[in-house]
Design a protein around this ligand. Structure first.
Ligand SMILES: [Zn+2]
Length: 428
């Protein structure tokens, strides 16, 4: 073991150089050409992307990969170093979590472990607020106890940040390494919590991979990330979703993967059904603020207001300020984004206006939800279901209001409302 454990990782030559790895570790690495190509076509060995001379050739004739460039450039004529997997001895890892699963959650936990024992993939389809994370604890404990390396990944960095303290608290004896962004080797031992992109750095490394929010951008529909998960896994892959894709449901129906279905929130109350508020003109006007948003603010300890674009954040914030409501804003490039989320959680602010970055994975107590311009093309039905799912997550306040405010009533809005009502009907 070195100061940076590189087992199972794929590094470029320059990354291996910077990392200052000792000679005995370097000599263990298996080397493969970073890019293989003929005159017209090629393949990137790190991400598996198909390359073409027209798109991927540099003026000096070398080839490079654009698909995985966020992790640093892979260039032809260089090599990738793959470091052998490390063996972890089996042990009886204890959970440092004292909570109790409900009967329904316990059933799901057992189903997940059965799939893991059979090396089978599994879809966990659970409504927002079903307590997915807690249901994973017995499975994660089993895999880590068996000596498997485990990765919990999400397409969203906010989800990773939300999960980090919860997993660290539950697995005090095997705290996960948390990783997102950045380049170079990942200082990881047996347990990794990261964005899906980070798996591009691993090959045949994890006996269990959990992909949270599998329907979220950018994982959904990105074959590179799907390949990264497959290649990094040596055992089961567990997919978590509140709104699974048709293709995952088809695989489950055909029994190609296992499936658990949990249409019930852990507290047993139904999901808040969005109320539609159609407005004649722009949604950014005084009437909306006065009559609609202020009602949500008056009934909830906190309120999330979703808008489709960064430029809408300030418009909404100024309108609220005009009514004496102080609100903060947050978006993907906001450097203080974690601080703002924490302020809302702590009650330092009551209203947070946000883009879709907070649509999933975050839990606030007693939180109302308003979606402005709910008819925006960016808001797919799955995103609307997720945004609505931020409300009513605690049993003290299961019925926080959810408002969709828009000029028109789109199919995505209708689908989202229908899906939520269906889930509520299936609860029994
Ligand atoms: Zn690549």
């Amino acid at each position: 073991m070195t100061q940076t454990n590189v087992a199972g990782q794929l590094l470029t030559e320059s990354e291996a150089q910077w990392s200052d790895l000792p000679e005995n570790i370097l000599t263990q690495a298996r080397r493969l050409p970073a890019i293989s190509h003929d005159d017209r076509r090629g393949t990137c060995s790190r991400c598996g992307a198909e390359l073409t001379a027209a798109r991927n050739q540099l003026p000096d004739g070398r080839w490079y990969c654009t698909a995985c460039i966020v992790l640093g450039r892979v260039v032809s004529g260089t090599e990738l170093l793959w470091f052998p997997q490390q063996v972890y001895p089996p042990r009886d890892l204890q959970l440092s979590w004292s909570g109790q699963l409900t009967t329904a959650q316990e059933r799901v936990a057992q189903e997940l472990m059965a799939s893991f024992d059979h090396g089978r993939d599994h879809l966990l389809w659970a409504v927002t607020g079903a307590g997915k994370t807690e249901m994973l604890f017995p499975l994660l404990r089993r895999a880590l106890s068996c000596g498997e390396r485990v990765a919990v990944v999400s397409p969203r960095v906010d989800v990773v940040l939300e999960l980090a303290p919860r997993l660290a608290a539950a697995f005090a004896d095997c705290v996960p390494a948390v990783r997102y962004g950045g380049s170079g080797p990942i200082p990881v031992g047996q347990f990794l919590l990261a964005t899906v992109h980070q798996l591009l750095r691993f090959k045949a490394s994890f006996g269990l991979i959990v992909v949270d929010e599998v329907d979220a951008f950018p994982y959904a529909g990105d074959p590179m990330l799907e390949r990264a998960v497959r290649r990094a896994a040596t055992g089961s892959v567990i997919f978590l979703s509140a709104t699974p894709s048709a293709s995952l449901l088809r695989q489950a129906r055909r029994k190609q993967i296992g499936m658990s279905y949990l249409p019930r929130r852990f507290h047993g109350f139904p999901l808040p059904v969005p109320q539609i508020r159609l407005v004649g003109k722009s949604v950014y006007n005084l009437r909306i603020i006065k009559h609609i948003i202020s009602r949500v603010i008056a009934t909830c300890a906190r309120c999330l207001i979703f808008v489709p674009a960064v430029r809408d954040l300030d418009i909404a914030r100024k309108l609220l300020a005009g009514q004496g409501v102080a609100a903060s804003t947050v978006h993907a490039q906001e450097p203080l984004r974690q601080e703002r989320v924490q302020e809302l959680r702590d009650g330092a602010i009551q209203v947070l206006i946000t883009t879709t970055i907070l649509e999933r994975g975050v839990t606030f107590a007693d939180c109302g939800v308003v979606v402005l311009q709910a008819d925006a093309p960016l808001f797919a039905s799955s995103a609307l279901v997720q945004m609505a799912g931020r409300a009513g997550r605690k049993h003290e306040h299961p019925d926080n209001p959810v408002l969709f405010v828009s000029k028109t009533y789109t199919r995505a809005m209708a689908q989202a409302v229908r899906q939520i009502k269906q889930m509520n009907r299936r609860r029994g």
